[in-house]
Ligand binder design. Structure first.
Ligand SMILES: [Fe+2]
Length: 388
């Protein structure tokens, strides 16, 4: 079969990273390479007490680098967290940030970096390419295998007053280096492991079927899908299995580089609206809508979904699109395991009255633009009703 080359112009942005066991010990050396004398160490109270954290703080001491701790970061980080963090950054005269945590810590750190370099309020930078000055050096150590904030040009910041999540997208948000350490993933709670895996998987699938995809992003997306298929479903007995953790780390890395360049789709648009309204874990809110969105999008990217199925080792030969779609959805359900099974939006207090708000926030989310099928308002309403 002839290969059709897509020669349209595409740009591709990727950060520096070190992946493998114990890569966290390079934190001090990298902070030194950026000539930082004092850094803001952003993390959470749960993480700071982990035994492996000493590998990071010792590396800073060895490099002669002082640090100020900032841990006032909520899950689904808020604009208020960012503004408080940027005040601490300025008051302590920091010249760099090391983020040790999941997507919330890393996104908040990106927000702190934006405000520190550009002044004003974080809400001034919501949208695409509105960050003028580059952030101070940012070193990320992801403690979950899924958000990919450590390699992406995205940050999601919540506004509790307006009950919404805002996206900031800019090349300036790509961290300077990501230290992908298998060991730090072993201390994640079980449900976070599953939610993070779902997040990485949705990043890969949405990037792969995105109308902004390219050869480069496709390569990464398909490999992320393969790795996730090899790694999941998760069982708590796998918590300290470093091979499993490494698969999830690679899956997050490949999916993150892919979506950062190709864009996402309406799984994320709906998930952002849901997360903003009910303050749910991002992977959980994505899992609620993933099946319905794949059904909606399927005919617009049937060949690509077939490749997703193949990457998950589903036998597709001799099967029509309808059969492949059902096998794919069944496989995804198996991979998610029991953590998110049969959960509906109403379990979190959602009702019919919330639909206009959810629909409006979904339609204004930037990820709609790269969805393979342009949804109308009624399509989004129908999708929300399916998962209510
Ligand atoms: Fe995501």
């Amino acid at each position: 079969m002839a290969v059709i080359l897509q020669r349209e112009l595409r740009k591709f942005v990727a950060p520096e990273f070190i992946a493998g066991d114990n890569s966290r010990v390079f934190a001090g050396r990298y902070a030194g390479n950026f000539h930082s004398k004092k850094i803001l160490l952003t993390t959470s109270p749960q993480i700071i007490d982990m035994k492996w954290m000493a590998g990071i703080t010792d590396s800073l001491s060895d490099a002669g680098i002082d640090y100020e701790l900032f841990m006032d970061i909520t899950e689904n980080p808020r604009d208020t967290d960012v503004m408080r963090g940027s005040e601490v950054y300025s008051a302590e005269e920091c010249t760099g940030i090391i983020a040790v945590g999941g997507g919330s810590v890393m996104d908040c750190s990106k927000g702190i970096g934006i405000v520190s370099a550009n002044k004003g309020h974080i809400s001034d930078y919501v949208g695409v390419d509105l960050v003028k000055n580059p952030m101070p050096p940012l070193i990320c150590l992801p403690t979950t295998g899924g958000s990919s904030a450590d390699v992406s040009q995205y940050a999601v910041i919540s506004c509790r007053e307006r009950k919404c999540k805002n996206l900031i997208i800019s090349k300036s948000l790509v961290p300077d280096v990501s230290l992908l350490d298998t060991v730090v993933l072993t201390t994640q709670p079980d449900e976070i492991t599953v939610y993070s895996g779902i997040d990485a998987f949705t990043h890969a699938v949405e990037a792969y079927v995105s109308n902004g995809s390219s050869h480069f992003s496709d390569l990464m997306a398909l490999e992320a899908i393969r790795q996730t298929g090899n790694a999941f479903p998760y069982d708590p007995s796998m918590a300290y299995d470093l091979d499993f953790r490494f698969k999830t780390l690679l899956s997050s890395l490949y999916a993150g580089i892919s979506f950062s360049n190709a864009g996402l789709g309406i799984i994320h648009s709906m998930s952002h609206a849901i997360g903003g309204m009910y303050d749910l874990a991002h992977g959980l809110s994505s899992s609620l809508v993933m099946g319905a969105v794949i059904r909606f999008n399927y005919d617009a990217a049937a060949d690509k979904y077939r490749n997703v199925a193949k990457a998950l080792s589903i036998k597709t030969s001799g099967k029509n699109d309808e059969e492949v779609k059902e096998l794919l959805l069944e496989k995804i359900s198996q991979m998610m395991g029991t953590f998110c099974k049969d959960t509906k939006l109403s379990s979190f207090g959602a009702s019919e009255d919330d639909l206009p708000f959810l629909i409006s926030n979904t339609m204004s989310d930037p990820c709609v633009v790269t969805n393979p099928k342009m949804p109308g308002k009624s399509d989004i309403e129908d999708l929300f009703r399916q998962v209510l």
